[in-house]
Design a protein. Structure first.
Length: 240
């Protein structure tokens, strides 16, 4: 992000505790329109908690989430309707519903109805799902489910799309294809995309910037720095 760019998403001094246990203590994140930003860190560092706190799925002990300079409240429906879409780890689809029904629920969650334009855009991004519309989500392959999960985020017409563990359970070729699609979506729709993943190499190829989450604190790192591997596997990195 250039110095003159105004971030679409600003997270400031975010802290979350579960009882007496502090999970994250001081997380600061910026994501601008059309930018892809990643976050890495060791297991248990709080990456998923960070996303859930941004989308108000868990209570924030401290901190602010701002979208286009406006401080947002702490209810999930407020975040969704303001323009933050969250693709959770495990994709979060309702397996008994069809693909079309899952997309329709996503639009309703964002406070609107699913339109033909939304469906057309989703199928333009992922042409494969056009023939899956009447299939139950639980019967899809992992790659198909991830396509639907991302499409569900897109039909909410977000300003920020957050994806937790994009590569989970997927073949490297599929992850590479999805990364290319996300770059195109970011460029064409000027959506800010925030990716959390254990695949450091994959993130370094697609992301404009990468944050390291370590000891409850976030810091910007050189995305080509091999210390990022230490951040993921050993919990230590030298941030820029």
């Amino acid at each position: 992000m250039s110095d003159s760019a105004t971030p679409t998403l600003q997270v400031r001094e975010l802290a979350v505790s579960y009882g007496a246990a502090r999970v994250i203590g001081n997380v600061n994140i910026d994501v601008a329109a059309g930018e892809i930003v990643g976050m890495v860190g060791p297991n248990g560092a709080g990456k998923t908690t960070t996303l859930r706190a941004i989308s108000a799925l868990v209570a924030r002990q401290r901190g602010q989430v701002m979208l286009e300079g406006v401080v947002l409240g702490e209810r999930p429906e407020i975040m969704a309707r303001a323009g933050i879409a969250h693709v959770p780890e495990g994709r979060g689809l309702i397996p008994s519903l069809t693909v079309h029904q899952n997309l329709r629920l996503a639009a309703i969650g964002a406070g609107r109805k699913l339109s033909q334009e939304d469906v057309a855009y989703a199928t333009a991004v992922f042409p494969l799902i056009e023939r899956l519309m009447d299939r139950r989500a639980g019967f899809l392959s992992g790659g198909e489910q991830q396509m639907v999960a991302i499409s569900r985020g897109l039909v909410a017409r977000p300003k920020i799309l957050m994806i937790d563990e994009l590569s989970l359970g997927l073949a490297p070729r599929i992850v590479k294809d999805m990364s290319r699609v996300l770059r195109r979506v970011a460029n064409e729709r000027q959506i800010g995309i925030f990716l959390v993943d254990q695949n450091v190499r994959g993130l370094s190829h697609v992301c404009d910037r990468i944050y390291v989450l370590q000891d409850g604190l976030s810091s910007v790192a050189n995305k080509d720095d091999t210390d990022l591997m230490r951040a993921v596997y050993f919990g230590r990195a030298t941030a820029a």
